[in-house]
Design a binder for this molecule. Sequence first.
Ligand SMILES: NC(=O)c1ccc[n+]([C@@H]2O[C@H](COP(=O)([O-])OP(=O)(O)OC[C@H]3O[C@@H](n4cnc5c(N)ncnc54)[C@H](O)[C@@H]3O)[C@@H](O)[C@H]2O)c1
Length: 200
Amino acid sequence: MSDSPVALVTGAAGGMGAAIVQRFALAGWRVCCTDIDAGGLDALAGDSIVVMDVNAKGTFFMCAAAIPVLRATRGAIVNISSDAGRQGNLNAAAYCASKGAVTLFTKALALELAPDDARANVVSPADVRTPMLEFQARHYGGGDRGAYYRALLEEYPQGAQARFIEPQEVAELVFYLCSPAAASITGADFAIDRGYSAGK
Ligand SMILES: NC(=O)c1ccc[n+]([C@@H]2O[C@H](COP(=O)([O-])OP(=O)(O)OC[C@H]3O[C@@H](n4cnc5c(N)ncnc54)[C@H](O)[C@@H]3O)[C@@H](O)[C@H]2O)c1
């Protein structure tokens, strides 16, 4: 067990964070979980409000703290950005700015880590079925969550087959990017969005 690799997951009590914790644990990794919500960490469930401090500065400081270990162990960072890190979304200027920062920060970081063969990649999901999506529907849905979800799904190319992304799907991609099989992948931005961004 002590020889098994270690993953550090931030926001581990949240929808995607919890799925990522479970995916790594399933593969026998030792998983160090951090979250501002201590109670939620216990239950591995939580809720959050997105601010520039958390998304941009939080990512920066966590990476800065982890880099010495990652350089020494040829480790890998996977930051979670968003489709909003690649394009402007209406009424989401601060969120877009924070996620744009995460995306380009990660690409630049990949260059700095490369001489030590450590890696950094970024994953950019569209709408994932987590408490954050419920939070958005509650606060921005004008009292009609169903209409809010339907309006989001209309933006996907699947038409009647449109659905939200599952946190486990994101976890699978994150796990892959941390595995030896992904040793040649660094500095990449992966859309996981059911084609949402393909035509934008
Ligand atoms: N859900 C989506 O549709 C979606 C889409 C694209 C990108 N994202 C991004 O994915 C990431 C995870 O989102 P989620 O959907 O799992 O959200 P979530 O709300 O389900 O979970 C977020 C977790 O982060 C924790 N957290 C918040 N502030 C923190 C802090 N300062 N320190 C430590 N922990 C903190 C919360 O307590 C919560 O447990 C976020 O960066 C989000 O912006 C989400």
